[in-house]
Design a protein around this ligand. Structure first.
Ligand SMILES: Nc1ncnc2c1ncn2[C@@H]1O[C@H](COP(=O)(O)OP(=O)(O)OP(=O)(O)O)[C@@H](O)[C@H]1O
Length: 623
């Protein structure tokens, strides 16, 4: 039976989720209007983004690390990932996940390219280095295995065994999440990993969208398990797991141009990311409310990484161009709230007699070696030429390049005679993906729905109440913004400060100038402007019972997310046209994370939203 033991290496008992933000380089081709970047770094931990409520201001964010466009893959790895890897050898869990909008650089960060290998090859390489560097006299034998899966359309698919079907996720009596039936392959060296990982990566579902030629349509999770077994009685055994997660991108389908299968995939992606956000909210609320891990496969699997026992690092990837503005803003807010999550790492140890299975595993993958030698030693002896290099860093580039080169070679092989679209279509239709058949049947239905929504009459207010930001063509002042002196400081997201907008083209000139305005913190961590609207909102809200207020808001959100036309029309100030717009928005973008998201719906201005909220809350409370 597994027991928790106090980490002997002096680890802290609690560990906050570390959040790093990585800004992809600015790409001219992504900025047809030549508007320049809307976000920039200030220093190694701070960045700022144009404030959509008032384009003459910026919103500042502080993170554990900020990686600017010039940061190399090696720097990202060394600063954000390497520090947590040693825990895995001591029977603790660790996870690294890349989060962010589609096309912002998640796969680049996690996988990288032949020339610029990312976190995955570097981390696996480092785990082998760490095992090999362990002192023989410590008295442990190590065994390393890997599993690789994707969550595609809410189905767990084994990438090491591509013909397998949707796998269940279970929790054992010690609250460990596991997947019965998932392939676990013992690996004895980095090149061994390479052999399994390269072909498995090609099984991952990707496709071309308007925003990314090779967009990941699934969440990919690589699991590296390190089991160490004491050589002396009672043969203590400790198991540490490293999760390396490349999440699918959050998507705005008005911009991806997704339809049919892509739209359905997108719905599943957005839904799981929405649940991820709810999990984070719920963990931050600190209440006893059930954390909705079970509401999506992704959160169920990441349960240990968020509020669990893992040492976790989130790398939020963002893109600098204006057309990604809203996605970037949401990603930053998500990242900001995630860093408040606290995990409680502990060492998982069994004290039964586990030495035999370990020996077997060892013998299997090291056939021909002397069974009496320590495992670690044998790994050394059994190294491929690349691994024998005495310089780990020089060596790692070689080996990692070989993974990437093989990935690319395999890709070429598979794609020869086909273009990328053809490849994605043929992959989508592979017999191993049974659900595709089902999706195909539904495709027509979705297409006609999408058509219907695109034909819905556009509601225009024609007044100053139009939201400042509606889409990438919103009338933000952008590059010209610094020409206008702000009349008043407004608006921000905690933990941030407001500053007057500096020209984003001249990063060196940026200084933290600023009259910072302290404002009331909301539970979401967002500070709102001191405008009259807020004063009004505050005054009526503060008169209500806080708990009932929250319940009413929850109820309204529930109707917005699950109500049909009739239920939506049952809400105050929602007529037929608005209800259809809401349904259309939901169909395309997934669920509303919070009530404030309503302002993203066409025609719903800040002012209308405030009025809508007041009317519905008072109505729900019977006032
Ligand atoms: N730091 C970077 N340096 C250079 N190029 C980058 C960087 N980050 C991303 N890119 C490039 O930007 C493009 C999009 O990146 P990538 O495919 O990694 O995005 P993604 O977030 O994984 O997208 P999706 O969610 O659609 O899979 C790729 O061509 C990638 O090579």
């Amino acid at each position: 039976m597994t027991q928790r033991v106090t980490a002997s290496d002096g680890n802290k008992k609690i560990s906050r989720v570390r959040v790093a933000v990585r800004l992809r380089p600015y790409l001219d081709k992504e900025d047809e209007k030549g508007e320049g970047p809307c976000v920039r770094g200030l220093d190694k931990q701070n960045l700022e983004i144009v404030n959509w409520r008032n384009a003459t201001e910026t919103v500042k964010y502080h993170f554990d690390a900020f990686h600017g466009p010039k940061t190399t893959q090696q720097e990202v790895f060394l600063s954000s990932v390497k520090p947590i890897l040693s825990h895995v050898l001591n029977g603790q869990n660790a996870s690294v996940f890349a989060y962010g909008p589609t096309g912002a650089g998640k796969t680049h960060t996690m996988l990288g390219s032949a020339e610029k290998p990312g976190v995955i090859p570097r981390a696996v390489r480092e785990v082998f280095n760490l095992v090999n560097a362990r002192d023989e006299d410590e008295g442990w034998d190590y065994s390393i295995s890997m599993s690789y899966l994707e969550i595609y359309n809410e189905k767990v698919l084994d990438l090491l065994s591509p013909n397998s079907q949707d796998l269940p996720i279970r929790q054992d009596k010690d609250r460990n999440i596991f997947i019965p039936g998932l392939t676990s392959t013992t690996i004895s060296s980095f090149s061994d990993f390479d052999t399994h990982f390269v072909p498995a990566s090609l099984n991952r579902t990707t496709a071309s969208t308007k925003l990314n030629q090779r967009s990941s349509r699934s969440h990919a999770i690589l699991l590296i398990k390190v089991v160490r077994t004491s050589r002396v009685l009672p043969h203590r055994q400790q198991t540490g797991k490293l999760y390396l997660v490349d999440l699918a991108g959050s998507e705005d389908n008005r911009r991806t141009g997704n339809q049919g299968i892509r739209l359905k995939e997108s719905g599943a992606i957005n839904l799981s990311l929405f649940t991820l956000s709810k999990v984070v909210d719920s963990l931050n609320s600190g209440t006893s409310i059930r954390v909705p891990y079970r509401d999506s496969k992704l959160t169920r699997l990441l349960q240990d990484s968020l509020g669990g026992s893992a040492h976790s690092v989130m790398i939020a990837n963002i893109a600098p161009e204006y057309k990604y503005y809203f996605d970037t803003f949401s990603a930053l807010n998500f990242a900001a709230k995630s860093k408040m999550i606290v995990n409680k790492p502990f060492t998982r140890e069994t004290v039964a007699v586990p030495v035999l299975p370990v020996k077997r595993a060892r013998e299997e993958h090291e056939a021909g070696g002397s069974g009496s030698e320590p495992h670690k030693k044998k790994q050394k002896d059994g190294k491929t030429p690349e691994q024998d290099s005495s310089s780990p860093s020089a060596n790692s580039t070689l080996v990692e390049s070989s993974v990437m080169a093989r990935l690319i070679a395999l890709e070429k092989l598979v794609m020869s005679g086909q273009d990328k679209d053809q490849l994605s279509v043929s992959k989508d239709m592979a017999p191993s993906r049974k659900e595709i058949q089902e999706l195909k049947k539904k495709q027509k239905e979705f297409e006609s729905k999408a058509l219907l929504f695109s034909q819905l009459p556009k509601e225009t207010s024609g007044s100053a109440e139009e939201p400042v930001f509606k889409n990438s063509t919103a009338p933000l002042q952008r590059k010209q913004a610094n020409a206008t002196k702000p009349t008043k400081q407004q608006a921000v997201v905690q933990p941030l400060q407001v500053s007057r907008l500096q020209p984003l083209v001249n990063l060196a000139a940026v200084k933290k100038q600023s009259v910072c305005v302290k404002k009331k913190e909301l539970s979401s961590g967002i500070e709102l402007p001191d405008g009259k609207e807020n004063m009004k909102e505050k005054s009526w809200e503060t008169e209500l019972d806080a708990q009932m207020l929250e319940q009413s808001k929850e109820k309204i959100l529930q109707i917005l997310n699950s109500g049909g036309l009739k239920e939506l029309k049952g809400l105050q100030q929602i007529g037929d046209k608005k209800a259809k717009l809401l349904l259309g928005w939901r169909e395309i973008n997934g669920q509303f994370t919070k009530l404030e998201d309503l302002v993203k719906v066409e025609g719903m201005t800040e002012k209308r939203f405030t009025s809508f909220l007041r009317a519905n809350i008072l109505s729900a409370m019977g006032k």
